[in-house]
Design a protein around this ligand. Sequence first.
Ligand SMILES: *Cc1c(COP(=O)(O)O)cnc(C)c1O
Length: 379
Amino acid sequence: MPCFGEVFGNASSHQHGFGQQAAALVDTARRQVAGLLGCEPAEIVWTSGASESDNLALKGVAEAYADRGRHLITAVTEHRAVLDVCGRLERNGFEVTYLAVEADGRVDPERVAAAFRADTILVSLMLANNEIGVLHPIREIAEYCRARGVLFHTDAAQALAWVDCRVSALGVDLMSISGHKIYGPKGVGALYVRRRRPRVRLIPRIEGGGHERGRRSGTLNVPGIVGLGKACALAAAERQGDAERVGELRNVLLELLRAAVPGLTVNGGLRHRLPNNLNVALPAIDAERLLIELTTVAVSSGAACSDPGAGGSYVLKALDGADDAAERSLRFGLGRSTTRAQIERAVREIARAVESHRQRPNAEVGSSCGDPCAVGGWA
Ligand SMILES: *Cc1c(COP(=O)(O)O)cnc(C)c1O
């Protein structure tokens, strides 16, 4: 809060005390983020969120390494901020291999190895999926990339609050994170960019002033950055305990749901999964209709950022045997502050909604989503 008033200096104005004070806060935040990621502060680039970080990582690497190759590898279940960027790159002369996932939602490292070409420059695979919470075998995939001299980017937006994301343990070269996914402010994020062995080169997407060592220009969002730093410091201190407690609550939620809604199945494997995520398919029930009945439970049928009207989640459709599960599914996200009493109340309300839906299965549905917006060229 003080950054909106008392400490209003521009962190790039090094010639006076007001700017220096703001710069000192940004430095602290950079160390806090670097602490959680296990990297050097100079390897952190501030952005407006994980979407921008993904754009900078993929487009920045593609442009910087285009002379070496024009092939990228990703997976069909990635976030839109990666898939849409890949589509843009394809329209600009790059080639992208979209890997399929196994029945549990994970990418088999052998599929990555088989997709490598002589001109592959980058692999981008998320740490944890935003809809089904499934964790890819990032470490093994990173080893394959390293052995081939291919850069590896991971979108860790969903994972950072719940699992160890230290970059050297994972072996990644670039990592996207987002403030609001780890209890920080919205509209701020960061990109980790490895500086040694190898030193990753990036062509910036935003130029003008050379901030962030030339990788992302523009006056820094000091309040957002300070909030992201604090969120990282809190995560470093409390993540492990949170993950254990919330994981147990998630298992309780699943048990109670199974008892209340016979025939319910889990989308994606449970073994390699974020502790706070549950995504279930309801038997013969349209999830969007059910959501209308749920007045005090905030669940969703897909991702907040996916294309409405596309006929259900592309992530669920990519799972083997998911057939029409995409339209029958609910995604639960538990939080740090979720209690057992809330879980029990949520299950009671869902059981009630399922019952009422069975009695009147054809109630009217409207869409609360806006139109997907068109975006301009990137180059
Ligand atoms: C939320 C999310 C994003 C987008 O993050 P913003 O900070 O909203 O831009 C990107 N990737 C994943 C996996 C996410 O969950």
